[in-house]
Structures are given as C-alpha cells and as structure tokens.
Design a binder for this molecule. Structure first.
Ligand code: ADP
Ligand code: NI
Length: 215
C-alpha cells in the first residue's frame, strides 16, 4: 500500500499548492507526521491514518458553503480511481467527513480510533507556535482584524453560525484554540497538547498586556 500513499501525497500536493488559508501542503505534511507518531503509540492502522491525514483537507467544508460532503466525495473519487479496496475507502472517507471543528457547541460525531488519531494530529497543528501563526494567516486572508476589545468571543451553537461569524483572530483563541486541549481524543494527543496549549495561553496574555501598553 506504500504506492497508494505516495500517489496520494503527490495528488494532494498538486491540489493544495498556493493555499494561503492555513491549508497548504505543509499543514498536511505536519499533520501526517504527527498522526503517524500518535498512530504508532496508540496502535492504530497506519495505512488508514496516513491516507486520511493526507486527504483530510482536500475540500474543506468552510470553503464550500458549509457543505461537508465535498471532501469525502473528492477523496472517494481519487481512491477508487486508484483501485483501492472498498473497505479502506469507506474507513478513510468516514474520517474525512467528521474530522473538522464546526463550532464549540456543535455535537461531535463518534470517530474510529484512526479518526481520533487524525483529528488529534489536525488539532495539534492548530495549537502552539504554528497554531498562532496559522490563525493570524487565516485572519489576514479573510481580512479580519487581529483584535477589537469591543467584539466579545462567542460560543457557536451550530456549524452554520460558526461559519458565518465575523469575529477577530484573537477571539478565535477563545472560540476554538484554547478549547482544544480538553477535546483531545487519545492519551498521546492529550499529552502533546499540554505544552502547545500553555505556550498559547502565555502568548494571549502577553498580546493583551502589550495591547494595553502594560508590557
Ligand atoms: P483544520 O485544518 O484544523 O481543520 P481549520 O480548517 O478549522 O483547521 O482552520 C485552518 C487554520 O485556520 C487553523 O489553524 C485554524 O485555527 C485557523 N482558523 C480557522 N478559523 C479561523 C478564524 N475564524 N480566525 C482565525 N483563524 C482561524
Ligand atoms: Ni487540517
């Protein structure tokens, strides 16, 4: 199955080149590496994890008017064209459908062990120094303000509300990033999130102190 993984790597690299919203191929690379590390410790199926990590952002729901079915469809089309086993295709596509964060108050789907591993890896890449950089890159690409003390963070009850919300990049830390530590799925992922979370907390504290000229 190594061939399918290499072919998929190539396919994803081509499709995601030039993205400036935090979903470039380097995000995929980092998530794949993290997912593989977690998968080995948690005893998850490496082929499923590798393929799902590679394909997890192939057509993000946020960029298709909230339609979460595009990603799994593109992934299925690709994997079937390569003659991949049906069971493998189903496992991978189920993960792609459910892995993305859709708002703090939105009900969470039940994931397979492999899905929990890929989701942890994806979340780790939204944390820490890289996570901070991605948040500001995303905010810049969307023309959002870094911060506005008059705009308060919101707890989104539906994926639609989360998608439509304007908001600032600093609020994204309260609306998503600082909530992720408590939502990690695997013991390995949870442990890896600690340090990244603490770094981000310190960063936000410092950002606000500098904002007020206190530091
Ligand atoms: P993932 O790849 O983890 O599914 P998303 O697709 O939700 O992540 O977002 C891509 C990156 O952009 C992440 O690092 C995320 O934190 C960041 N991001 C998403 N929504 C916002 C937002 N409203 N403001 C700032 N950053 C955001
Ligand atoms: Ni991702």
């Amino acid at each position: 199955m190594k061939d399918l993984v290499s072919l998929t790597t190539h396919f994803v690299r081509e499709r995601l080149s030039g993205d400036a919203t935090g979903h470039d191929f380097w995000h995929i690379r980092r998530v794949s590496n993290l997912a593989e590390r977690i998968a080995r410790r948690e005893g998850a199926d490496l082929t499923v994890v590798r393929l799902a990590a590679l394909l997890h952002d192939i057509a993000d729901w946020k960029f298709h008017k909230g339609d979460a079915s595009v990603g799994p469809k593109v992934a299925r089309g690709w994997l079937e064209k390569q003659g991949a086993d049906q069971e493998l295709v189903s496992k991978v596509c189920a993960i792609i459908a459910d892995v993305s964060f859709k708002g703090a108050g939105v009900k969470r789907p039940v994931l397979s062990l492999e899905g929990r591993v890929v989701q942890d890896a994806d979340r780790l890449d939204a944390l820490g120094a890289i996570g901070i950089a991605r948040a500001f890159a995303y905010g810049g690409a969307k023309g959002r303000a870094m911060h506005d003390p008059a705009i308060k963070p919101r707890f989104h009850k539906s994926a639609r509300a989360y998608l439509k919300a304007g908001g600032t990049t600093l609020n994204h830390f309260y609306e998503k990033l600082l909530l992720l530590k408590a939502r990690m799925n695997t013991p390995t992922g949870r442990k890896m999130a600690q340090h990244r979370h603490a770094f981000m907390e310190g960063y936000v504290r410092r950002f606000l102190a500098e904002w007020d000229g206190k530091s």
